[in-house]
Design a protein around this ligand. Structure first.
Ligand code: ADP
Length: 644
């Protein structure tokens, strides 16, 4: 029996393994199975080039639990190792440079895992003793038994092993007894090994028979060795893609909308399938995530630094051996391969959408509402994506017709350009709430868009920045005459003093809740058939408030009270009647003129005895905008009855 010290100068490596890797200890299983799969694939390669003769026989990797002995074993029939190889690969190589590294990165667990392919040694995270039994494929090889108890000493001796390959036996630490439970191990295998290229067997298949679960003779195979993304797109039908989607997300009920098969081998290697899910609300967004694989081994579903953020809304798989897996997150973003990969995926996704839009617009339109949030998110956060997406991003009007922005500009060019040459696009976020305003816009021959998506406000602001002389305004943000000012609108004949009297009369009777809600009264000569009094809401302020809800650093706007203009329509007969009832009074007022005080005579108008009528008019305006509620509504109803 040979005894020796593992080739690392520090005695501290085992405590480090246990301590620093504690949070991620379950990866030991992935590491051991990856080694077993590698060894099996190497054997297949050698066989294919004639270096290994004859039938390879059984090549399944098996995971077994022995509850009595408290062991977990990973067995393969791969190339195996000779004693020299165990010495080289296990005793020395794995720890080369470990001490230096550990000292340098003590605080960075994730970096430690990667550096020296901690692979095999991760077994010590959960074991008090690890044994290797291995028989190399090489002719006349002698089997070797290696054993180590979690300190830098190991033993190595010749042994008898009937079959080619390697068994790694883990004597599980008492504190990790969960790894002796079938359910835990099966769960981990399903997580990490579901799509490995060599069959992984764990126990026997089970079946429900007469209300009991019975074991069959057949082995329970964990994985699909030819997952869809590794196959050629030409060999796959839509059903195959859908089936794979559900393999990937067994709990997902909805079908994906469509998919993109990724396949590139230069300048980096990447395969995968991305699915566009139906995103119903923000809540759905992060339930299922894109899974990252490296040669069919599951790595993570945190791909935030590998694909642009908006693409994390997609589902599916990315498999690339060229993504550095064990570096810090911040390093990832600056890695050149990762940048190229991210750029490639962006381009593929944009091209696929452009192609769908071009070749089958009807289908694209039918899916628009479901993919809109994703595309808008992309346009807002990725300039390159914006450049492509602006040609297929759609706007929907109240008739349910869809347009690209360019198409829509053509549609409204004739009628919706104001006297200063600005194109004004009208929209509503709620067609019911804005009903009267929409009717007035339609009467003028204007078109109205429905912009009720969560990101619409942001996208409108973006479109305004990118398109000169283009403005979006909500139909209720001003009088229809002011929304799209054509020529100087007709003026009323009242003096400013008369209007001031009117304004004050209304102002005095407005509901007040200054912290949350503020009304400003303005007198305007709107159309005679418009309402006598109505509310508008300034586009800019409202939009800033809406954007503040989604964006950090805008809380200033978020905290402002809601503001409305109460427009008193001086062209309306009812208002004209009120003006007619104003009484005037001459008052003397002191003003400063050229530094000297002067007394001037002013006419002040006021309205008396009209409070009931004014209240009624205010309430009508509030009611028309859905703002009359509770007690105020009841009072309005009673007052209306009395007036009748
Ligand atoms: P890595 O897999 O990153 O190289 P490991 O520490 O996991 O690092 O393994 C070190 C080496 O030991 C492997 O490269 C391989 O040559 C050898 N090895 C490990 N497990 C097996 C196995 N099951 N069969 C054959 N060789 C193995």
């Amino acid at each position: 029996m040979a005894k020796g010290n593992i080739g690392v100068t520090s005695d501290n490596i085992f405590p480090v393994i246990k301590k620093f890797l504690y949070s991620d200890h379950e990866i030991f299983l992935r590491e051991l199975i990856s080694n077993a799969v590698d060894a099996t694939q190497k054997l297949k390669t050698l066989s294919s080039v004639g270096e290994v003769k004859g039938d390879l026989g059984d090549t399944r990797v098996r995971v077994t639990i022995n509850k009595e002995k408290k062991t977990l074993t990973v067995s393969d029939h791969g190339i195996g190792m000779t004693a020299e190889e165990v010495d080289k690969f296990i005793n020395q190589i794995a720890f080369s440079g470990a001490e230096e590294f550990v000292n340098k990165y003590k605080d960075r667990t994730e970096a430690i895992i990667g550096h020296f392919g901690l692979g095999f040694y991760s077994a010590f995270m959960v074991s008090k003793k690890v044994e290797i039994f291995s028989l190399s494929y090489q002719e006349d090889a002698k089997a070797v038994h290696w054993s180590c108890e979690g300190n830098p000493e190991y033993t190595m001796e010749e042994t008898i092993k009937a079959e080619r390959g390697t068994d790694v036996v883990l004597h599980i630490d008492d504190e990790f007894s969960q790894y002796l439970e079938d359910a835990t191990i099966e769960g981990l295998l399903k997580k990490y090994c579901k799509f490995l290229p060599v069959e992984i067997a764990f126990g026997k298949k089970k079946e429900w028979k007469d209300g009991k679960e019975v074991e069959l003779d057949e082995e329970n195979i964990i994985n699909d060795i030819n997952p869809a993304w590794t196959r050629k797109p030409a060999d796959l039908k839509d059903e195959d893609y859908d089936k794979f989607y559900h393999e990937l997300y067994p709990m997902q009920m909805d079908e994906p909308l469509f998919h993109i098969h990724l396949n590139v081998d230069y300048p980096f290697n990447l395969t995968g399938i991305l699915y566009f899910p139906k995103i119903k609300s923000n809540l759905d967004v992060h339930r299922n995530k894109i899974q990252l694989y490296c040669n069919q081994v599951y790595v993570t579903d945190e791909v935030e630094n590998i694909v642009p953020e908006y693409l994390t809304l997609l589902h599916g798989v990315i498999d690339s051996p060229d993504i550095p897996l064990n570096v810090s997150r911040s390093y990832l973003q600056s890695d050149n391969n990762v940048k190229k990969i991210s750029g490639y995926i962006t381009k593929k996704v944009a091209d696929k959408l452009a192609e769908m839009f071009k070749n089958d617009r009807e289908n694209f339109v039918s899916k628009w509402d479901d993919i809109k949030m994703f595309i808008q998110f992309g346009m807002l956060t990725d300039e390159k994506f914006y450049e492509k997406a602006k040609d297929f991003a759609l706007l929907k009007n109240l008739n349910g017709d869809y347009f690209t922005l360019e198409e829509y500009k053509d549609k409204v060019r004739e009628n919706q350009v104001d006297k200063d040459g600005n194109m004004v696009i009208l929209y509503t976020q709620d067609a019911d709430a804005n009903y009267t305003y929409i009717e007035r816009a339609k009467a003028k021959g204007y078109d109205v868009l429905l912009q009720d998506g969560e990101l619409d406000v942001h996208c409108m602001s973006q479109a305004e920045q990118k398109n000169e002389k283009l403005r979006f305004v909500r139909v209720d943000s001003d009088t229809i005459e002011n929304l799209i000012k054509k020529e100087e609108t007709a003026k009323d004949t009242y003096s400013d003093e008369q209007k001031e009297g009117l304004r004050k009369a209304f102002e005095g009777l407005l509901p007040s809740d200054a912290d949350k809600l503020r009304y400003y009264v303005t007198c305007e000569a709107a159309a005679a058939d418009a309402l006598p009094v109505f509310l508008t809401q300034n586009e800019f302020m409202r939009r800033m408030k809406e954007m503040a809800a989604h964006q950090q650093g805008m809380s200033f706007y978020g905290q402002m009270p809601d503001q409305y203009n109460l427009v008193v329509n001086t062209n309306h007969p009812l208002i004209q009647e009120l003006v007619g009832k104003e009484t005037s009074e001459e008052v003397q007022e002191e003003v400063e003129k050229d530094g000297k005080k002067e007394t001037v005579v002013k006419t002040v108008y006021s309205l008396a005895n009209e409070d009931e009528r004014i209240k009624q008019l205010i309430d009508i305006a509030l009611l028309a905008s859905g703002q009359l509620k509770g007690e105020a509504l009841a009072k309005f109803v009673n007052r209306s009855v009395e007036l009748l």
